[in-house]
Design a protein around this ligand. Structure first.
Ligand code: COA
Length: 694
């Protein structure tokens, strides 16, 4: 049974006073719900003409849902009563829980435990309630009830719910279901996503969230949903600095907002930046069919707006359609000679609704046109109402989206009203119409998108297990040189490296690796080794002893207090491009994998991209091609291209590593040197940190 199947509802805290929350909820419910309603108030015998009970347990019949609007301290005891009464769902409106601090969190936990004990589901607490325009359930204390429509909306902010209901009633926008998630103590976005997906009355799903309760579950669910219904998300917190107290590049750059971006991209979610955009797109999805492709035709009665619309469309990724011969002939025949019959079609300032009609009809019939954008400015000969009626009539005959931008104020309002009545989305400016149209094109692509399974490599898990348990046995979570062996076990090429503690062993190690070699001091206290002369490259056999001693002496001279763990003898890796590749774990979401070009690209330009593990080949490829410096990898000015396939391969292997070993909280391969195409790559240095076990 879902929240919206309730056949009987009790309102606990149904107040006698008209301005109290419990009273308003009761009033809303009475006005729209035909199931049984039971007000609960120990101090009243009857409210708004309905018999009142002192306790849910006193109701003689069964109760499916309880809406709780009493002060938070008494919510647990009310819930206990609901449990005894076998109530299936409790919508807790009361605030004073987790959002207020430790005491509130304890109270919330108490509620969760009671609900578990009785197998009862909770919406909220600290929520605005839920609305189903089909069944008439309205457990909110909103002053307006929404119209019926096909938009399913859920929000983590109750205040936003109230504002949106108010706006929607002015704009005559309808909803199928309207859900305030509150603190998500039990039911969360994933539960309601499933409900909205299954709901035949919902065509588009809108979500405002601040965080996800279960990122992986969300991806799984939305990958399925978005192939059939658009899911548009407004996620707060985009501007978060992302500067967390971690030492690696990956950790610093991977603010949680990047994680959300990755989730949304990988699951077909359309992300917006503002409430305005959220509803702009919703109107398009709610009212119009999806276009087949991105070829748009523009009709305008004014030159300037036509140019603005053209620019906006192209900037967003739409293409101006080139018309078929037949269309051009018909436009020529029906429009004055001064009109522009090519895209954007300018029907001129004196255009009547007949001129709009013949033009729209021709464009709707052209198979080179996937969608039409109609612009109108209020000119003397233009009758916005007649034009709107014409658009409504013609567009209803075709399965092609038509979006409008009737620009202006009071002169165009009557025309806009006609458009609204006929489900034609109108935008005050062409730019907003272009964005909305592009979101429809994106959604069309999402419906065709495949999510291949991740490639699974044959790897040496046992070696990694041994390395990790040996580090743990020494109480270490920071891996040293052994992290390179972890990469090697997962098939990522590494540079040959050996740590030694005397010059003789350095020579032996270099003999083994092959000359020339690089020597580097190994010390946890020195970040920039080359600055103090503790790195020497291109060391040949005849100066290995001297170089070793030189490194130790420089370190002792410039950083006398630094701990010296040894000297690293490393193979000299040929020239290549340096990239950084890593992974960091977000406790709510999982492992983010990061990729970027090293040096200034990552440090100054922050030109990096993210994906959420497990990655598949498609995601890895798009992570690589999404960075701004991608063209450098492909080879510029006659340079040979770098081995991009080996980057993709490394990304997938890192993804498999963190998926197999979720205890890894951070990996930073910096740098991974990538050579020219066919010559693969090599990890030079890596940091790896394991979770501290509690
Ligand atoms: N069972 C049922 N009703 C009870 C009760 C019980 N055990 N104990 C008291 N009541 C009655 C009260 O007598 C009162 O009715 P009355 O006005 O007729 O006397 C009614 O329940 C409400 O109780 P009251 O103590 O007056 O609370 P309130 O209405 O001032 O506030 C909340 C209750 C839930 C609204 C308030 O605590 C709260 O949380 N407000 C914030 C809500 C919010 O913002 N939520 C998030 C939205 S996004």
């Amino acid at each position: 049974m879902t929240v919206f199947d309730a056949k009987s509802i009790a309102i606990v805290g149904a107040s006698r006073e008209g301005n109290k929350v419990g009273h308003k909820i009761l009033k809303n419910l009475i006005s729209s719900y035909s199931g049984s309603i039971y007000p609960i108030n120990p101090n009243a015998s009857e409210i708004l003409g309905i018999a009142c009970y002192p306790n849910v347990k006193d109701i003689p019949n069964s109760v499916d849902m309880a809406v709780i609007a009493v002060p938070s301290k008494i919510v647990p005891s009310v819930l206990e009563d609901c449990g005894v009464k076998n109530v299936k769902t409790a919508v807790i409106i009361s605030s004073g829980f987790k959002e207020t601090g430790i005491e509130g969190a304890k109270l919330e936990k108490q509620c969760i435990n009671i609900a578990k004990k009785y197998n009862m589901q909770i919406v909220g607490p600290n929520c605005f309630g839920v609305i189903d325009t089909d069944s008439g359930i309205n457990t909110t204390f909103a002053s307006q009830s929404p119209l019926k429509g096909n938009i399913g909306f859920m929000s983590q902010s109750g205040a936003l719910c109230a504002a949106i209901l108010d706006w929607a009633s002015t704009e005559k926008v309808g909803f199928s279901k309207f859900i305030s998630l509150g603190n998500k103590a039990d039911l969360s976005e994933n539960d309601f996503l499933q409900i909205l997906y299954d709901d035949p009355n919902t065509k588009v799903i809108l979500i405002y969230i601040e965080g996800l309760k279960d990122g992986q579950g969300f991806i799984k669910l939305t990958r399925r949903i978005t192939k059939e219904k658009p899911v548009v998300v407004l996620k707060a917190g985009r501007t978060e600095s992302g500067a967390r107290a971690v030492a690696s590049h990956t950790g610093t750059l991977a603010g949680s907002d990047n994680a959300y971006d990755a989730i949304f991209k990988q699951s077909g979610i359309i992300r917006v930046d503002s409430s305005e955009e959220l509803f702009d797109y919703a109107m398009a999805f709610s009212y119009q069919p999806l276009p087949k492709g991105n070829r748009v035709a523009i009709i305008t009665n004014a030159g300037g707006p036509g140019i603005i619309a053209t620019d906006a469309c192209e900037k967003k990724g739409l293409r101006l359609a080139s018309f078929k011969r037949k269309t051009i002939d018909s436009l020529k025949e029906n429009l004055p000679s001064a009109a522009n019959i090519y895209n954007p079609v300018d029907v001129l300032g004196d255009a009547t609704h007949e001129r709009f009609a013949s033009t729209l009809e021709s464009l709707m019939n052209d198979s080179n046109v996937d969608s039409v954008l109609v612009l109108l400015t209020p000119q003397a000969m233009t009758d916005p109402i007649a034009v709107a009626n014409t658009i409504a009539e013609i567009s209803s005959k075709y399965k092609k989206p038509v979006l409008c931008s009737f620009m202006g104020g009071s002169a165009v309002v009557p025309g806009i009203d006609v458009l609204k009545e006929n489900n034609i989305p109108n935008y005050s400016y062409p730019e907003r119409a272009a964005s909305s149209l592009m979101s429809m094109v994106i959604q069309k692509r999402i419906t065709e998108q495949e999510y291949p399974n991740p490639k699974i490599f044959d790897v040496d898990k046992e070696t990694v297990k041994k390395i990790f348990s040996s580090a743990r046995s020494e109480n270490r979570v920071n891996l040293g040189l052994e992290a390179l062996d972890v990469l090697k076990a997962y098939g990522i090429p590494i540079s040959k490296s050996i740590i030694v503690s005397n010059p003789k062993d350095a020579a032996k190690a270099a003999d083994e690796i092959g000359y020339p070699v690089a020597l580097k001091v190994v010390s946890p206290d020195i970040l920039h080794k080359s600055d103090i002369g503790a790195v020497i490259t291109n060391v040949k056999r005849d100066n290995i002893i001297k170089s070793y001693n030189q490194i130790i002496n420089k370190t002792l001279k410039f950083m006398p207090k630094a701990r010296i763990l040894g000297v690293l003898v490393q193979e000299m890796v040929p020239d290549g491009v340096e990239i950084i590749l890593g992974s960091t774990k977000d406790p709510q979401i999982g492992h983010l994998v990061m990729f970027g070009l090293g040096g200034i690209y990552v440090e100054i330009l922050k030109d990096v991209s993210f994906g959420l593990a497990p990655l598949n080949e498609k995601i890895a490829e798009s992570m690589i091609s999404n960075i701004k410096a991608y063209s450098l990898l492909k080879g510029v000015r006659g340079e040979k291209p770098y081995d991009i396939d080996s980057i993709s391969d490394s990304l997938l292997r890192v993804s498999q590593l963190v998926t197999d070993f979720p205890e890894i909280v951070e990996i930073d391969i910096n740098p991974l040197k990538v050579f020219e195409k066919g010559k693969r790559c090599k990890a030079i240095d890596v940091r790896m940190i394991l979770e501290v076990k509690k």
